[in-house]
Design a binder for this molecule. Structure first.
Ligand code: SR1
Ligand code: MG
Length: 402
């Protein structure tokens, strides 16, 4: 098969994995293209005889959600494969195994996670994942600490930073998360029933100033190799297992962006259940679990991060009295602000979330979307009042009670 780039068909994908020896030549493979994200092709390949299965993920040279009018770098496949390899070493068992990367075809062959489900779908069904907080805390603490200046030498850190320069994917985030939702941009779309709330947000100078500060932090605060798009569609779960997928937006950015993305998506679920779950007791129970999960992720993250710091940080200055506590507090406040931006973009901007979009009645959906906007604005505007994770969850409860 030619190695010049071209998007594969299902037939091509079968030929590719057989030619490279991932399945026997005579295997009667089934192959389905199952990509439901915004950007890529994803082929699910199964040998029904042996039960063996694999995923082949290929980047398209454009954003799938928009079409060929939005060209997009194929280098994101390299970024994703390299980030998965690093994350797999730092956080074993918490990402899919990379089996093969092909730079010419911008594709990665990786472990099939069909026994897991996309976390967003699980949350929509109000499924509780008892080990998720512990797994996510470990993923965040280990990937962020070990790729930062706290652990690496300045030379090692800068070499990694260079390898993960990812300008086109960062530009998507700069536009879709930190710019377009805050003015009447062409890429935006939203429920007509919330137009008043959206226009009020566009008029809110204080909010826009704070989002601008967060945008600058996203663009300049090169603290660690971050996943860069850690929403609940980038997490696969089952009761006792969590796998973080899709790090194609990875780059050296602010640590708080990753926990912020997780918090935002748990809070979008929180807001959506005002519409999905009319039974008050069931709704309250699940929303309480979502807030407890946010608290448990942060506590686990901060505890493990502090342990790694105590064990590995030798630099005199990083060990100045009170610096570690101040560092973690700043990461928390960044996470809260980024979470707010990520909630608002999913209501107003180009890419929405199924949690809200699947609420059939537009009036009920509008109630949930307004709650998500209100929580998002409060998180951005009041993030510097958050000293402990309980301050964040109290803020959410206050806004929800208004
Ligand atoms: C054009 S890409 C839209 C969104 O999908 C990805 O998952 C990122 O969140 C991006 O902002
Ligand atoms: Mg993705």
């Amino acid at each position: 098969m030619s190695t010049t780039y071209r998007p594969l068909t299902e037939t091509d994908a079968v030929a590719y994995v057989k030619e490279r020896g991932f399945f026997p030549r005579d295997a009667a493979l089934t192959c389905r293209e199952i990509g439901d994200g915004n950007l890529n092709l994803v082929f699910h390949l199964v040998d029904p005889k042996s039960g063996q299965s694999l995923i082949l993920k290929q980047a398209l040279p454009y954003a799938r959600v928009v079409g060929e009018s939005w060209p997009l770098t194929l280098d994101r496949a390299r970024i994703e494969a390299e980030a998965l390899r690093i994350e797999g070493e730092l956080a074993p068992g918490l990402v899919p195994k990379v089996i093969h990367y092909d730079a010419d075809l911008a594709l990665t062959v990786m472990e099939d996670l069909s026994d897991h489900i996309v976390m967003r779908k699980g949350l929509m069904a109000r499924t509780v994942y008892p080990r998720f907080a512990e797994h996510m805390a470990t993923f965040l603490a280990r990937t962020l600490f070990f790729t930062s200046d706290l652990y690496l030498s300045p030379e090692e850190k800068k070499a990694k930073q260079r390898a993960f320069i990812n300008p086109e994917m960062c530009k998507i985030t700069e536009d879709l998360v930190f710019s377009h939702p805050y003015y009447n941009a062409d890429t935006n779309h939203f429920n007509p029933l919330i137009r008043d709330a959206v226009e009020a947000l566009w008029q809110n100078g204080a909010l826009k100033r704070e989002v601008a500060r967060l945008k600058e932090a996203f663009m300049t605060k090169a603290q660690a190799l971050i996943h860069g798009d850690l929403h609940t569609g980038s997490i696969m779960v089952k009761a006792d297992s969590t796998k973080v997928i899709d790090p194609e937006f990875a780059f050296y950015g602010p640590m708080g962006f990753d926990p912020g993305a997780v918090f935002a998506n748990l809070l979008l679920s929180y807001a959506s259940h005002e519409g999905h779950t009319p039974n008050e007791a069931e709704r309250r129970d699940f929303q309480a679990w979502l807030l407890e999960t946010i608290e448990a992720i942060w506590r686990g993250f901060a505890e493990q991060f502090a342990e790694l710091w105590a064990e590995h940080v030798k630099d005199e200055m990083w060990n100045a009295p009170g610096y570690r506590e101040a560092y973690l507090r700043a990461v928390l406040q960044d996470a809260v602000g980024f979470a707010g931006c990520k909630m608002m973009r999913r209501v107003i901007g180009l890419a929405h979330v199924a949690d809200l979009e699947t609420i059939p009645d537009p009036a009920v959906r509008a109630t949930c979307e307004k709650l998500a906007l209100a929580i998002g604005q409060a998180l951005v505007l009041r993030r510097e009042t958050v000293q402990r994770i309980e301050d964040l969850t109290a803020l959410v409860r206050d806004v929800a009670a208004e």
